[in-house]
Design a protein around this ligand. Structure first.
Ligand SMILES: C[C@@](CO)(OP(=O)(O)O)[C@H](O)COP(=O)(O)OP(=O)(O)OC[C@H]1O[C@@H](n2ccc(N)nc2=O)[C@H](O)[C@@H]1O
Ligand SMILES: Nc1ncnc2c1ncn2[C@@H]1O[C@H](COP(=O)(O)OP(=O)(O)O)[C@@H](O)[C@H]1O
Length: 336
């Protein structure tokens, strides 16, 4: 995350993520699945701007960067949960649909944060510009939630510690905690137990087909593996006591169930094979699919091929760099 503050507004660039390895170890009594996943944040960003307001309302205006409005009546009070807008009454965009503001994860995260701060009078105005496609396995909603928590922690002068921020993040999603530091990390449990690993810079081409996939739906099609793969198949030898990732074999246990739900995964896989991309797979619970490119130029070239074949929304992206993605040690302004 990149965080900055200017004239009362806190701005956060919230990255997407890709799952380079994802294994499902079993189903838990709480209905969630025990995961072992290697995630990397990548250079596809939503932009969240937040400033404190003088009253207790939490208002959110959310739109796609292309100009598609997520909600026409975007400004809403967090308490006004009985808004009359519905998820179906506005034109959808090629990025996917977004919920009305009171159901947006950003609003939920801010309500949770002020609840834990013990001050229901805290209010703010939020503008969210979305570029990360939705129901795409790119973690856009989780990243937005963390961006909002970080921005409000500054705007509301809460001085929450990293551990407290992680508690708020975990309360609103499973892969949210990862986004607090981003970079590259192994996430276990529901996704909330995060171990950073050394980063290698990688280039990707990412395509989000015209259909999205809902996470619970993909999990419902999954057959739990008898012999789950060890993440060591992806991670290399230990270096100075810390695991370092090498470009191991990609793996995503959720890809097979997703292939049963949409032909797009198979089509993207074939397109990347034909384009000569050596390693590719689906990210998260889909529907986005990515390939490992040899260079930024290679990624752009493959992206152009996929666009020409109308394979959906196509991005070329690079993995997180060590400097830019740690909100907890970010710029001076952000630490005020
Ligand atoms: C599965 C992953 C892998 O990165 O997929 P993506 O959503 O990113 O594609 C994530 O952990 C998703 O994280 P997140 O999107 O925050 O999930 P949540 O909102 O907490 O859960 C949505 C639903 O997914 C299922 N779910 C999610 C996480 C998990 N470890 N086990 C599950 O079974 C549950 O049915 C849950 O109700
Ligand atoms: N700020 C947000 N951005 C995107 N989707 C959101 C947001 N808030 C809530 N949602 C809901 O979250 C779900 C998609 O989450 P998203 O992170 O885009 O998918 P995925 O986890 O597959 O990447 C959808 O049901 C969507 O309505």
């Amino acid at each position: 995350m990149y965080v900055s503050a200017h004239q009362g507004w806190v701005t956060v660039e919230a990255p997407a993520k890709l799952n380079l390895f994802l294994e499902v170890l079993g189903k838990r009594p709480d209905g969630f699945h025990e995961l072992e996943t290697l995630m990397t944040s990548v250079s596809i960003f939503d932009t969240l701007r937040l400033r404190r307001s003088s009253d207790a309302s939490i208002s959110l205006r959310c739109h796609w960067a292309t100009g598609y409005l997520a909600r026409e009546t975007a400004a809403t009070n967090a308490q006004a949960a009985s808004s009359t807008t519905t998820a179906n009454d506005l034109p959808s965009s090629p990025f996917g649909d977004l919920p009305p503001p009171e159901k947006n994860i950003v609003t939920k995260a801010l309500v949770k944060l002020r609840e834990l701060a013990g001050n229901e009078q805290l209010g703010c105005e939020v503008h969210l510009t979305k570029r990360i496609a939705s129901v795409a396995g790119l973690g856009g909603a989780s990243s937005d939630a963390v961006a909002a928590i970080l921005a409000a922690n500054i705007a509301w002068n809460l001085h929450f510690s990293s551990a407290e921020l992680a508690e708020v993040a975990a309360a609103v999603g499973s892969d949210t905690v990862f986004f607090l530091a981003g970079g590259r990390a192994i996430c276990r449990g529901r996704g909330e137990r995060v171990t950073p690993v050394k980063r290698a810079c990688q280039q990707f081409v990412v395509a989000r087909p015209p259909v999205g996939l809902s996470t619970p739906r993909v999990f419902s099609k999954l057959k739990i593996p008898q012999n789950p793969l060890d993440i060591a198949t992806y991670l290399g030898e230990k270096t100075s006591g810390e695991k370092t990732s090498r470009d191991g074999r990609l793996h995503n246990r959720l890809e097979q169930p997703a292939r049963e739900l949409t032909p797009w995964i198979g089509e993207l896989s074939s397109a990347l094979d034909r384009a000569g991309v050596a390693q590719h797979q689906m990210t998260g619970s889909g529907s986005s699919y990515f390939g490992l490119a040899r260079s930024a130029r290679h990624a752009r070239r493959i992206a152009a091929v996929l666009r020409a074949r109308q394979m959906g929304l196509v991005y070329s992206a690079t993995s997180a760099t060590a400097s830019g993605f740690s909100p907890l040690t970010t710029t001076e302004t952000a630490q005020q």
